[in-house]
Design a binder for this molecule. Structure first.
Ligand code: NIG
Ligand code: FE
Length: 416
């Protein structure tokens, strides 16, 4: 069936001319079109044509986008959406001055969410997470990454990945699963870290690969979590089994994670708040996407990643919420975009590229989604504004009004 996205005031194609990512200055070019409409055929973008040349009778389905702005469906490339419980008590400690690392050392932090997830059944987790997914869809997200990492045992990590698989089957959007068994050491292996790494390499990774339960293997390279050598061991096994790599690194301490991940061709390195000046070029010249998470710096009140330096050095920069209960209890994309503008000095155009084509590359799906180009998936977010700057300017307000996935309207604020 042919669908027409009729007469939007602006279309931001984020066209990358077949490259499927943007580096450095290219992030500023968002391919703005006016006086055009978009033709979809089934689940694909078929054409972008001047509105004056359109014969509306040829279309079975017309979505009136008059006075609106059309973007590629947003790609949210780093979240920990499957969690249970609340860490509001730790939030109290934090605002009273106790650091995130200190809370983790006292047995709180990630491990307190692990307790809550272990105490939740598959069905309970599904029900907790559903409204969170709907909240992303409402904001125009058409591809969403979700990590495990709050189970930290064979049974509970698999339970989380099964929850993600189930949610992917009931929602129209693509939910991409990432295995984050190497998030931290669970309490029972606090004094026997090597045994836990064995469980990851010998039990979890083979089972996950065999059952196709994750596309990516992620880890947390940090002095309170995994060393660069431990990450290397886990990543070697993951690569051997066909998983692709991502790494949380240079968040609080620089202990060699970035170099390890880039040497092992990770698809993305995420955080980079404390990346050293010497490593900026190494990161920026690589094919690895640099996923920046300004919500974390805001929520934990510490330094923001050096977005300007990374973009000026020609890096492939993406943005995400890092939605999780401890370090970024933020699922509001408009707020993340605004933080990127004000605190990391990214331009509005750079932010839009970072949340579409480059975040799609961070999930290795940018040949299919992330820009409005002919023969890409018909994934669109349609904003209730005639000027795209409003999306970033309206801090915390969701201006997305229609979400289109695979050519179908899956959210319309006027109907919901
Ligand atoms: O991306 N850095 C490690 N992991 C998460 C935080 C998880 C938590 O505190 O529960 C992050 O910031
Ligand atoms: Fe994270």
């Amino acid at each position: 069936m042919k669908t027409l996205i009729y007469n939007p005031t602006q279309i931001l194609t984020v066209n990358s001319e077949g490259k499927n990512f943007k580096r450095g200055k290219e992030l500023s070019d968002i391919g703005l079109l006016t006086d055009h409409s978009i033709v979809l055929e089934n689940d694909l973008i078929k054409d972008i044509i001047p509105t004056s040349k359109i014969d509306k009778r040829k279309f079975g389905n017309i979505i009136d986008a008059s006075n609106k702005t059309v973007l590629p469906g947003l790609v949210e490339c780093h979240t920990h959406t499957v969690f249970a419980g609340s860490r509001a008590n730790e939030f109290r400690q934090k605002i009273a001055g106790v650091s995130y690392e200190e809370i983790a050392k006292q047995g709180g932090g990630i491990n307190s969410t692990v307790q809550a997830v272990r105490n939740s059944t598959f069905d309970e987790l599904v029900n907790i997470v559903k409204p969170r997914i709907q909240n992303f869809i409402k904001q125009g997200v058409t591809t969403l990454e979700i990590k495990s990492g709050y189970g930290l045992s064979f049974y509970d990590e698999i339970k989380i990945l099964q929850v993600i698989k189930h949610l992917n089957s009931i929602y129209e959007i693509d939910i991409i699963p990432t295995f984050l068994g190497a998030h931290t050491f669970p309490p029972e292996y606090k004094n026997d870290n090597e045994q836990y790494i064995k469980i990851i390499c010998k039990e979890l990774l083979p089972y996950i690969a065999k059952n196709k339960l994750a596309k990516f293997c992620d880890g947390f390279c940090e002095s309170t979590a995994f060393s660069a050598d431990q990450i290397k061991t886990i990543f070697s096994k993951a690569t051997e089994l066909g998983l692709q790599l991502k790494l949380h690194t240079e968040q609080f301490n620089n202990i060699g994670g970035l170099k390890t991940a880039i040497e092992m061709n990770a698809v993305s390195v995420d955080h980079l708040e404390v990346i050293s000046d010497n490593d900026i070029n190494l990161a920026a010249e690589s094919e690895t996407v640099l996923v920046l998470l300004p919500g974390v710096s805001y929520f934990l009140n510490y330094d923001f990643a050096p977005a300007r330096k990374l973009i000026d050095a020609e890096g492939i920069v993406a943005l995400a919420t890092d939605y999780n209960p401890g370090s970024s209890h933020i699922s509001n994309i408009s707020l993340i975009m605004n933080l990127a503008a004000i605190k990391m000095k990214m331009s509005i155009e750079e932010i839009i590229s970072a949340y579409t084509i480059n975040s799609a590359k961070a999930l290795n799906v940018s040949t299919n989604v992330g820009s409005i180009e002919i023969n890409k998936k018909a994934d669109l977010s349609i904003f209730d504004t005639q000027e795209y700057s409003d999306i970033v300017y309206n801090v915390g307000n969701n201006l997305n009004t229609i979400t289109v996935k695979n050519g179908k309207v899956i959210y319309n604020s006027e109907m919901n």
